[in-house]
Design a protein around this ligand. Sequence first.
Ligand code: ZN
Length: 127
Amino acid sequence: MNNQYPDWRRLSTTDLLAHRASVFAALPRTPQGLRGSVVFKHTRCGKTSCHCARGGPGHPHHYLSSTVQGRTHLDHIPADWTDWVQAQIDLYRQWQRAVVTITEINRELFRRRIRDGTDVKQEDDRQ
Ligand SMILES: [Zn+2]
């Protein structure tokens, strides 16, 4: 566990539920988002007549780098789309952070319910 998240054991159940509700309420209300990161690479175009065929760094491009089932994919990003792609990645990361936070809180609540012998389904119905 990194230091990005508080020690949930130190919070009261009331505070945990309030924090979980606020994280859920702050989720981006959009199905958009892209997983991955923007990378910058120089590539050769393959044309024998091009200056890049004679050496040098090649053509600069941004790519969306994403790993799917263990394989990394690079998708070319048109020059003026880079900010939009980065905003999509930021949306995904907001969702990802929220899911981690909510499920960490849920795990702490689960531990308390086990410890206290509280009926989990009954507790969830109240929320
Ligand atoms: Zn070229």
